[in-house]
Design a protein around this ligand. Structure first.
Ligand code: DAH
Length: 341
């Protein structure tokens, strides 16, 4: 039995010294110290020993057991340390590998054009204001001199929310003129970009939702010359110093006189082509001197104050700026298109 114990000790210690992972370690623990293990098997034979030998043998068995336990603990420490080392090595980050650049996109071409335009107006002392897309017909029409019966108020043109045609999706940014007159102190210089809605079919130049940039100046002694000078300056800053413009008489209910402003076609340089429908010119905005009645309705004395206003079509402005020839490209958000700007 003494030899058996010596053999177990020798075996166990040498195996434990060579153990490599926690699986093997557990196997050895069970094999030597488990309920059905080798030590238990030896101890079971104790009963057969003569009584006087038992204490010595018991002492020896305890020593062997303690030695194995000590070696087990030691091996466990070693195996755990190795496992940690391996884990750390596997998780090492190589900081020299080039990073992956996230695709964060960029501004939409229409907003690039809008930001440019805003910068120009801000530089001229204009304030940028924002207003609701759901608007009262009173501000969109009545206060702008387009009374009951005006064709643009028709249900075939305008999105209304109620049967009485009082609340609507604004069909122009011009109600922002009224909101500005009602809330801002005089003199006023403001621009108001935003979405507008009309019952139009989608084609290369139309969409039921599009953007306008409204602008207005009210001060003492303001004339049509200021309007022309300002708009020409803005258009040339956006499109280049040599850009030709054309101011054409037109009619709007809220301005008198009124005009439309065209720029020479960027495709054909004025000769006439499909982009400008053979005209040589592309319409960019409506403008005019604010109608005295519109000033009066806002409580502003037209004998003291005068002003002018304009409304740019923003998509058109961006299309001309980036030489885009189909409005639908602006809204489709095809990245192959957008990535070009
Ligand atoms: N609101 C007009 C439109 O949608 C454009 C316009 C014309 C705006 C003349 C103005 C203006 O401020 O004075 O067609």
């Amino acid at each position: 039995m003494r030899e058996q114990l010596a053999k177990i000790r020798e075996d166990a210690l040498s195996r434990l010294a060579a153990v490599r992972d926690s699986g093997e370690l557990e196997e050895l623990r069970v094999r030597y110290l488990g309920k059905k293990g080798e030590m238990t098997a030896v101890l079971k034979q104790m009963g057969r020993l003569p009584a006087e030998e038992r204490p010595d043998m018991g002492k020896l068995a305890n020593e062997v057991r303690a030695a194995i336990e000590e070696k087990l603990a030691e091996a466990k420490k070693r195996v755990d340390a190795q496992a940690l080392e391996l884990k750390l090595r596997a998780e090492t980050v190589d900081v020299t590998i080039p990073g992956r650049v996230p695709d964060i996109g960029h501004r939409h071409p229409m907003y690039i054009a809008l930001d440019e335009m805003k910068e120009i107006f801000i530089g001229m002392g204009f304030t940028v204001v924002d207003g609701p897309e759901i608007e009262l017909a009173e501000l969109n029409f009545d206060r702008l001199n387009a009374e009951e019966g005006h064709p643009s108020r028709d249900w075939s043109d305008t999105f209304y929310f109620d049967r009485d045609s009082r609340v609507m999706l604004r069909s122009q940014t011009s109600p922002m003129q009224v909101r500005a007159m009602d809330t801002l102190p005089l003199p006023i210089r403001m621009v108001a970009p935003g979405r507008v809605y009309r019952k139009d079919e989608v084609d290369a130049t139309h969409s039921p939702m599009f953007h306008q940039v409204e602008g207005m100046v009210i001060d003492r002694g303001v004339t049509m010359a200021d309007l022309k000078g300002t708009l020409n300056t803005v258009i040339r800053k956006m499109y280049g110093e040599n850009t030709q413009t054309r101011f054409r008489p037109h009619h709007f209910p809220f301005t008198e006189p009124s005009c439309e402003v065209d720029v020479q076609c960027h495709k054909c340089g004025g000769a006439g082509c499909p982009t400008c429908k053979g005209e040589g010119w592309i319409e960019l905005l409506g403008a005019g001197m604010i109608h005295p009645h519109v000033l009066e309705m806002a409580g502003i004395d037209p004998d003291v104050w005068s002003g002018w206003a304009f409304g740019f079509g923003l998509e058109r402005t961006a299309m001309r700026r980036f030489k885009i020839d189909d409005l639908r490209l602006i809204f489709e958000n095809d990245v192959r298109f957008l990535e070009q700007f």
